[in-house]
Write a protein that binds this ligand. Structure first.
Ligand code: MN
Length: 196
């Protein structure tokens, strides 16, 4: 896992985003969902794996309704320290806009085997384009899958779907991640300020 693409896209003299390193110390695996107002408002879903954050941009945001299959475009690995990043990315920089943390917590592979090697299972799932995991966040809880869409055209190789499994945390109600965002969040305040 490499951060070279991440670093190439960014000028760390201008952006406050972490230059970051690959994490080496052991601790519980984490996930974070950042809400990002760039040219378009989207959610960035990140799972720690092998010392970096595997990352997907989700235009509509995650859902707790298993009927929803949320488009998730895999993007470049981000450094582990990105989990804490929130704030403004200045104009003219990659992803310019505002980032806020929408949810975070720990996560693990979905397995019944208590002695299983989580990272090994997750790595295998990632390679197979079928990643099953359990989130322990404030908003996102329980079992989810990220499933890669196979296409035969060789154009886009980064298209996945985020799907909630049916469990005690799932809902049958319509789920809108925007409604789970505080009205006074920095992004919402900035949108209101523009008379949106
Ligand atoms: Mn983003």
């Amino acid at each position: 896992m490499s951060l070279s693409l991440y670093k190439k896209k960014r000028n760390f003299k201008e952006t406050a985003e972490p230059a970051g390193k690959v994490k080496t110390q052991k601790s519980k695996l984490i996930f974070v969902v950042q809400r990002h107002k760039a040219s378009h408002l989207h959610y960035d879903f990140r799972l720690e794996l092998n010392g970096v954050l595997k990352s997907w941009a989700i235009p509509k945001g995650p859902s707790l309704n298993p009927e929803d299959k949320r488009l998730a475009m895999m993007v470049e690995d981000h450094p582990y320290d990105y989990k804490d990043f929130k704030g403004v990315i200045p104009e003219g920089n990659y992803g310019a806009g505002i980032v806020e943390i929408w949810d975070k917590g720990t996560y693990g592979a979905l397995t019944k085997d208590k002695n299983a090697d989580d990272e090994k299972l997750l790595k295998t799932g990632l390679k197979a384009g079928n990643l099953k995991f359990v989130l322990k966040g404030k908003k996102l809880k329980g079992e989810f899958a990220l499933v890669k869409i196979k296409n035969n055209y060789g154009e886009k190789d980064n298209v996945w779907l985020l799907i909630k499994h049916r469990d005690e945390f799932a809902t049958n109600e319509k789920y809108d991640s925007e409604k789970e965002t505080p009205v006074n969040s920095p992004i919402n305040k900035s949108l209101a300020g523009r008379g949106k």
